[in-house]
Write a protein that binds this ligand. Structure first.
Ligand code: I22
Ligand code: ZN
Length: 199
């Protein structure tokens, strides 16, 4: 076992930076989060579905959210239609191999997306080309977009329409942005439960 030990101050700094990012985001994102919550709940209530995509940690977030829709969040309720586009290795490798990695989500959006569905597009930089292409495909298929971003919102912020919603984490650090994104996603789950399945 190593005799080296990480200073507690360094560990504390993670929490402090996370808290600061959460507070800065809370100060500016609640109206957009409310709009996203209401829109998503209404779409699911009308029988539409959510497609979710992102890379790396954001792929995990997309899967996490889809699982909370199809399974459950905090209360017992019927499953809701959410599909993560990052989970099908055959689709990812075939589309990536045949069309290029930039098309891995877009091609699935074209195949699965229907008018009235929503795309949950997650990118901390707002610049991942395959997420950008997924949003283009979504717009072409009549889907609206909830984009989870950070930094300056990147290319994604500039391509959203008036019917889309950007939820931007107020941080320039990828890890902090991801931590805020998880709060956004759990808040959306809670709002969906509260609006569609009130206790
Ligand atoms: O989780 C992390 C870093 O915390 C990484 O896996 C990270 O998600 C990857 O580098 C992604 O490719 C970053 O893409 P994006 O958030 O800029 O769209
Ligand atoms: Zn990470």
């Amino acid at each position: 076992m190593t005799e080296r030990s990480i200073p507690e101050a360094r560990l504390r700094a993670h929490f402090e930076a996370c808290i600061a990012a959460q507070q800065a985001t809370m100060a500016q994102a609640l109206p957009a989060l409310r709009r996203a919550s209401d829109a998503l709940a209404a779409a699911l209530d009308a029988g539409h579905k959510v497609l979710a995509c992102g890379n790396g940690g954001s792929a995990a977030d997309a899967q996490h959210f889809a699982a909370e829709l199809t399974g459950r969040y905090e209360r017992e309720r019927p499953g809701l239609p959410g599909i993560a586009l990052s989970v099908d290795t055959s689709a990812l490798t075939a589309i990536g191999n045949d069309y290029g990695f930039e098309r891995v989500f877009a091609k699935q959006v074209e195949a699965l997306g229907r008018d009235g569905d929503w795309l949950l597009a997650i990118s901390t930089s707002g610049n991942s080309p395959n997420v950008v292409r997924a949003i283009e495909a979504a717009h072409g298929r009549g889907l609206r977009v909830i984009a989870l971003t950070g930094k300056d919102g990147g290319a994604i912020a500039r391509m959203l329409g008036a019917d889309d919603v950007e939820l931007r984490a107020a941080s320039a650090v990828t890890a902090r942005i991801q931590e805020v994104h998880i709060v956004f996603l759990h808040a959306l789950c809670d709002a969906i439960d509260e609006l569609l399945f009130p206790r």
